[in-house]
Design a protein around this ligand. Structure first.
Ligand code: GLY
Length: 349
């Protein structure tokens, strides 16, 4: 005998991303704002002037990638149990990518899933991490290896938070903006080449274009079965750079900038991109003081670390390579020798 469970439901997970001043909002339910002491010190007063709720709690977790772990998730969950949150309750992620990913993950597992809203406060999380429902935490095996796809109910991108951003954090966000342009939108790339993102109006325009690009990709492939993997352009190489430097030397976006240059050099060797185009991308990154060079000490060790990448299998490594500017391809047909020669030449002027 077989019992069939018909589960072919169409679930509407659509949501709006508002790029503007946070609207004054009352939530008729229990709400917890998840944040860290740094963001709370700078911006919680502003948020509390905008958001009220039937019951409102603040949960702070320590600041930093090293706290993106089970201990912090437990801290959040225990607080929700103590305050008797139920399935109608809601979380608000208020911080950068670490806070967003952990809040999303906690909301995906608390009582099998409750709603959450993203209010990202760094440029990187505004243009990338807060959009698309990837949530998770790190463990001893690597970054983001535990998690869930859990879409937020909404995202509020308020440019006012960027005024307090340190210049390296700003550059790290620009790297993700450049990523969206190189992979999908040549006109956007040309706009970035002539724009000064330090101008708040121009920055807001760039955020809108980057978010629209990401939203279009996520709408086509929410669970990363295909095209969404292209958003990892620069990440395959960048994750190795982060891993080799123990996550201490470079911010994530900085490592991605180095990774994009490595991917571009690979594309040039494979005849997918011209040298001139690769130079244009490098110059754009350097305009925002992003690192574009890295001393690869041992290219074979570097290559072996690719196997830790979630996209790779035991035998094949998947690379995301730009095709000119404005197009991209996912390939596991990249010769090991080609990549080794790119790595070998890297770090030498
Ligand atoms: N940050 C890449 C993605 O959301 O797919």
């Amino acid at each position: 005998m077989q019992v069939n469970i018909p589960l072919k439901k169409v679930i509407d997970n659509s949501y709006d991303i508002t790029i503007d001043t946070i609207p004054t909002t009352y939530f008729d339910t229990k709400v917890a704002i998840i944040t860290n002491p740094k963001v709370a010190g700078l911006h919680l007063g502003y948020l509390l002037s905008k958001i009220t709720a039937k019951e409102l709690y603040i949960i702070t977790v320590p600041d930093g990638e090293e706290y993106k772990n089970q201990d912090s998730i437990d801290l959040i969950l225990e607080s929700l149990f103590n305050h008797r949150f139920n399935r109608k309750s809601m979380l608000i992620a208020f911080g950068g990518g670490v806070i967003g990913d952990m809040t999303g993950y906690a909301s995906s597992i608390y009582q099998r899933g409750i709603d959450f809203i993203q209010i990202p406060t760094t440029l990187l999380s505004q243009v990338d991490a807060s959009v698309g429902g990837k949530t998770g935490m790190n463990n001893s095996y690597g970054k983001n290896l535990i998690g869930a796809f859990h879409q937020p109910r909404g995202v509020y991108i308020d440019p006012c938070f960027l005024t307090t951003l340190a210049s390296r954090e700003f550059g790290a966000g620009v790297a993700e903006i450049v990523k969206m342009a190189v992979t999908f939108n040549k006109t956007f790339f040309e706009f970035l080449e002539s724009a000064n993102l330090k101008n708040p109006d121009i920055l807001e325009d760039a955020i809108k274009q980057a978010v629209q690009t990401k939203a279009d990709v996520v709408a086509k492939d929410e669970k990363e079965n295909g095209i969404r993997a292209t958003l990892n352009y620069g990440h395959t190489f960048g994750h190795v750079v982060e891993n080799e430097t123990k996550y201490k030397k470079y911010l994530h976006g900085e490592a991605v900038a180095i990774g994009m240059v490595m991917a571009n050099n690979t594309s040039v060797k494979m005849g997918l991109m011209s040298n001139d185009e690769a130079i244009r991308v490098k110059l754009l990154l350097e305009k925002y003081n992003l690192p574009t060079n890295y001393n690869v000490e041992n290219e074979v060790d570097f290559y072996e670390t690719f196997y830790l990448d979630k996209k790779s299998s035991d035998s094949k490594i998947t690379f995301i390579l730009p095709v000119g500017i404005g197009d991209v391809k996912i390939t596991d047909e990249c010769e090991r020798e080609v990549v080794l020669s790119v790595l070998n030449e890297f770090g030498t002027d």
